[in-house]
Design a binder for this molecule. Structure first.
Ligand code: F6P
Length: 325
């Protein structure tokens, strides 16, 4: 027997394209004759019963908007037995028989815990700017975040050129360097520091020294916030200590990378995955995350959706050094 009532939520850090995914889920669900309930503020809203029925018009004019109309949260209470019990009771109260969960690693860990205790069909969508999930080539929001970083770093290069300065730009990525890597390559960064590789600060400084000797006057170093050596402030300290005459500035791009209108790529990915998620729920293919690999929709069991497992190709790292020389 098919599902009559499903719930949808966004959880963890928001990412551009979450709204496009919500739109796809709501409209696909309604087209299958389901009632679709919006659960506000992620798992916290599920605990508190902050749930309302959605109509197709509730998702009009949102495909191009950043953030999430359902709002999001990181719920500590959902990690407790009591919190999960309350969340399940809210779902039962509304007669919700299936769930679509949009979020990152924390969202899927929460899901695995919850479904070990309570049986309710669910499908997940990868929504995080960090792109640090297995089971998909891209996550919803990553492309937009990289484009935002690229636009900012291009601007920084203009002013760096004007003053002959060394800039250390810190981009988001607590445990993953994909934003740093891709924005750095796209902006011709002189160096890129990411958590996936051990940062040898002496190597970094030696490369600056080599550039200085051949009168390269502008340096842009892109650092992922989660780099093992530290953030932009730590790198700046080391650079200034070795090159006291260099004019050094830091810039932390921060949460601007999380907002803004989603790129076409994120809108299309979110739409495809939202549609696929509800179709999978309808067909009984559940407790999986819908992702996209080599252009195809692929379903990965929740407990196999692991954080940050795509290795960084050594070719890419070699290429960065060559192109920055
Ligand atoms: O997970 C996405 C992300 O943007 C990380 O890159 C960053 O470290 C973190 O969220 C910051 O989250 P918040 O400010 O919401 O706690």
């Amino acid at each position: 027997m098919g599902l009559n009532k499903i719930g949808i939520l966004t959880s963890g850090g928001d990412s551009p394209g979450m709204n496009a995914a919500i739109r796809a889920v709501v409209r696909t669900g309604i087209s299958y004759g389901m009632k679709v309930y919006g659960i506000h503020r992620g798992y916290q809203g599920m605990i508190e019963g902050d749930i309302s029925l959605m109509k197709t018009t509730d998702v009009s004019n949102i495909i191009q908007r950043g953030g999430t109309i359902l709002k999001t949260a990181r719920s500590k209470e959902f990690m407790t037995e009591e919190g999960m019990a309350k969340a399940y009771a809210s779902l039962q109260l509304h007669g919700i028989e299936g769930l679509v969960l949009i979020g990152g690693d924390g969202t899927f860990r929460g899901a695995v815990n919850f479904f070990e205790r309570y049986t309710i069909p669910a499908v997940g969508l990868p929504g995080t700017i960090d792109k640090d999930l297995s089971g998909t080539d891209f996550t919803i929001g990553f492309d937009t975040a990289v484009n935002t970083a690229v636009e900012a770093i291009d601007k920084i290069r203009d002013t760096a050129e004007a003053h002959d300065r060394l800039f250390i730009v810190e981009v988001m990525g607590r445990d993953a360097g994909y934003i740093a890597l891709n924005s750095g390559v796209a902006c011709g960064a002189e160096d890129i520091l990411i958590p996936e590789t051990v940062t040898d600060i002496d190597d970094v400084l030696n490369r600056i020294d080599r550039d200085e000797r051949r009168k390269k006057t502008v340096h842009i170093l892109v650092v992922a916030e989660g780099d093992d050596f530290g953030g932009s402030a730590d790198v700046a300290k080391s650079v200034i200590a070795r090159f006291p005459k260099l004019d050094v500035r830091t810039c932390v791009l921060g949460h601007i990378q999380r907002g803004g209108s989603p790129s076409y790529a994120d809108r299309v990915l979110a739409s495809r995955l939202g549609y696929a998620a509800v179709t999978a729920l309808r067909d009984g293919n559940t407790q999986v995350m819908a992702g996209q690999i080599n252009g195809d929709i692929v379903y990965t069991p929740f407990n196999k959706v692991i954080k940050g497992t795509t290795p960084i190709s050594p070719d890419l790292l070699d290429m960065i050094r060559v192109l920055a020389s």
